[in-house]
Write a protein that binds this ligand. Structure first.
Ligand code: FEO
Ligand code: CA
Ligand code: CA
Ligand code: CA
Length: 617
């Protein structure tokens, strides 16, 4: 029998009302609780999390990081009650991280080494062994799989930039390694069981106070200071020069290898992690482009066909990219025990494309290769001398070939039944003129979700807009999808399909018109079942909007981001990032520790049905 082309899932919960309470909201018949909040010790080198901010940098290096974001569950058994949760830690709240916030000297420079180390260690990724014991998920402390990747962890460079002169640094004179992963926002995973973490707003961690290169200006490397001032410490302690000076790329020497001018070239990538091998290094897959990667998702697998990965560049008027592997898919590779070698096979060589959304639902993938055509009739070879240079300035190359400027491409997700790819375009308040068909609203405060199907040729696709965010009381030109108080949303961001074909949509800082009525949230819908009389997939409209159901609402001030699910569908994991007060505010019966300031903690939330059944249906 041929595989079904649509999901059989039917959402089995009632859409919940919006919520403005300082707790999570879920449908009747479900329970939710916190797992692995920031500061949870992963091994015995870390002291227990302290509510006064006094944990050390070493504690932080051995504990769960801050500001949870993308996430994936990797099972360790068939029952799905034992596994590894990989969690991104996007950025930090310095006020919550330290007893009284960050310390500065009289010149306004960061001055406490352990503080900055703690901040670097609060970034990155956690791999956390979790087990379901008596119906409750628990972190397994001291488990040998537990590990942290931080803003200082040594990582390998793979693909076209490996061993490139552009990657030569004091630390890695041959250009084979870089230190740390930063601003890990969305995520992905691979068919062979590895985790993909995506480096998003990494440029602000660096500075070049000299003359910035064209690439640095286009990429957004600052010219005055870094986001958290980590570079300031270089002048405070000569011995620590390299540890903190590396964030200041201002050229000082005569050759690149003698200063830090190449340091940021080791950032801006999709990073592959093998959670099942605690001794493996993370690998930066440079072939997938260098930009502010939000997420990374692979297209529907077909034996004997190339693999495809999609990744959005989250900034206003930036682009959508896809990578097509040279190697063709061999299903046996899904079971390889040498997982990172599969990454070498499928993610190091291929072609990077950028999307052009034309009128009438037709799209074109434009190759970012030396012979890729530019809008002035030439090729990228007129402006770049190598593929390495194109990748380093991926967005600059995409400018030249005529890519479509989008309303902040965030996560993508692939329907397991149809192969249709969905992408959140979170918002773009600065689109004050010149719309295009794929981004049709001026002052797009509410965002939308676009989707496409690949064509017969690798360079063709067809697309439509699946749903527009809106307040329920928006006029007909605003509320284009007919949303109600039970599913109004703005700023779609996190996006994931589960294997049953349910699409989960998460929101980040929705516009005030929606935010006055509900905190950020997670909704669900089953797109492949929404067919018209001719069997074509429908978009969300007034006549079928009820199929989009609100499943979860987060506490005050947070965004809801990162989705994972167990293989038996009985547990859903979602992350709460940057809450105002939570989870303390969610525990009114627990006394606040005397004499300490309560600080918010990003955390994973476990969502399960009270009867232990599959979530969502
Ligand atoms: Fe880190 Fe684009 O959200
Ligand atoms: Ca975020
Ligand atoms: Ca995001
Ligand atoms: Ca966002």
């Amino acid at each position: 029998p041929t595989a079904p082309t649509k999901s059989s899932a039917v959402l089995g919960f009632e859409s919940i009302p919006g919520s403005l309470t300082d707790a999570v909201a879920i449908p009747a018949g479900y329970s939710a609780y916190v797992l692995a909040p920031w500061g949870t010790p992963l091994n015995s080198k870390a002291a227990a999390w302290k509510d006064d901010g006094s944990n050390t940098a070493d504690d932080q290096a051995n504990s769960v990081g801050m500001h949870h974001d993308g996430m994936h569950f990797f099972p360790l058994n068939d029952a799905g009650d034992d596994g590894l949760l990989c969690i991104n830690h996007e950025y930090i709240d310095q006020d919550a991280l330290h007893p009284t916030g960050p310390t500065y000297d009289t010149d306004g420079k960061r001055s406490v080494i352990d503080e900055v180390r703690k901040e670097i260690n609060a970034h990155g990724v956690s791999v956390v062994r979790i087990k379901l014991v008596s119906g409750m998920w628990q972190v397994v402390e001291n488990d040998s799989y537990n590990r942290r990747f931080t803003g200082a962890s040594v990582m390998d460079i793979a693909g076209p930039l490996a061993y490139s002169s552009y990657l030569e640094t004091r630390y890695s004179p041959d250009g084979s390694q870089a230190r740390g992963t930063l601003n890990n926002c969305g995520n992905g995973y691979t068919p062979w069981g590895t985790y993909l973490t995506c480096e998003e707003n990494w440029p602000e961690y660096f500075v070049n106070k000299g003359e910035r290169t064209e690439e640095q200006s286009r990429t957004g490397i600052p010219s005055t200071d870094t986001r958290y001032g980590w570079n300031h410490l270089a002048g405070h302690d000569e011995e620590r020069l390299d540890e903190f000076a590396r964030f200041d790329m201002t050229p000082t020497g005569t050759s690149a290898a003698n200063d830090y001018r190449n340091e940021a070239n080791g950032h801006g990538y999709i990073v592959e992690i093998d959670p099942y091998n605690p001794n493996s290094r993370a690998v930066k897959r440079t072939a997938l482009g260098r930009f502010r990667h939000e997420g990374c998702v692979f297209g529907k697998l077909e034996e004997g066909k190339p693999l495809t990965f999609y990744s959005g560049h989250d900034s206003r008027f930036e682009y959508l990219y896809k990578f097509v592997s040279d190697a063709v898919w061999d299903a046996a590779d899904a079971n390889s025990s040498n997982r990172l070698s599969m990454g070498d096979k499928y993610m190091n060589a291929g072609t990077l494309y950028v999307a052009k959304f034309s009128e009438d639902g037709v799209g074109e993938w434009l190759p970012l290769t030396l012979d890729g055509m530019t809008t002035d009739g030439g090729t990228l070879a007129d402006s770049f001398s190598s593929l390495e240079e194109i990748i380093l300035n991926t967005a600059g190359a995409a400018d030249l070939v005529g890519a479509t400027p989008m309303d902040r491409p965030e996560w993508a997700a692939v329907d397991p039944f149809t192969g249709t790819v969905y992408l959140t375009l979170t918002n773009n308040s600065r689109r004050t003129e010149s719309t295009n068909p794929a981004n049709p609203r001026l002052n797009n405060n509410f965002g939308h979700i676009i989707r496409w199907d690949e064509g017969d040729a690798a360079t063709e696709f067809s697309w439509d807009i699946f749903v527009f965010g809106s307040p329920d009381d928006g006029d007909a030109e605003t509320n284009l999808s007919g949303l109600t108080d039970l599913n109004q949303f703005a700023s779609p961001d996190g996006l994931a399909f589960d294997a049953r074909g349910i699409l989960w949509v998460q929101t980040d800082n929705g516009a005030s018109e929606v935010g006055e009525e509900t905190n950020d949230q997670m909704l669900a819908i089953v797109p492949s079942t929404m067919l018209d009389a001719d069997g074509n997939q429908q978009v969300v409209g007034a006549d079928n909007q009820t199929q989009l159901k609100r499943f979860f609402v987060g506490p005050n001030g947070c965004e809801v981001t990162g989705f994972a699910i167990t293989p038996d569908y009985t547990t859903v994991f979602a992350n709460i990032q940057h809450p105002d007060n939570w989870p303390y505010s969610d525990k009114a019966d627990e006394a606040t520790p005397a004499g300490v300031s309560v600080r918010p903690r990003a955390a994973t939330v476990i969502i399960r049905k009270d009867d232990g059944g599959a979530v969502g249906v």
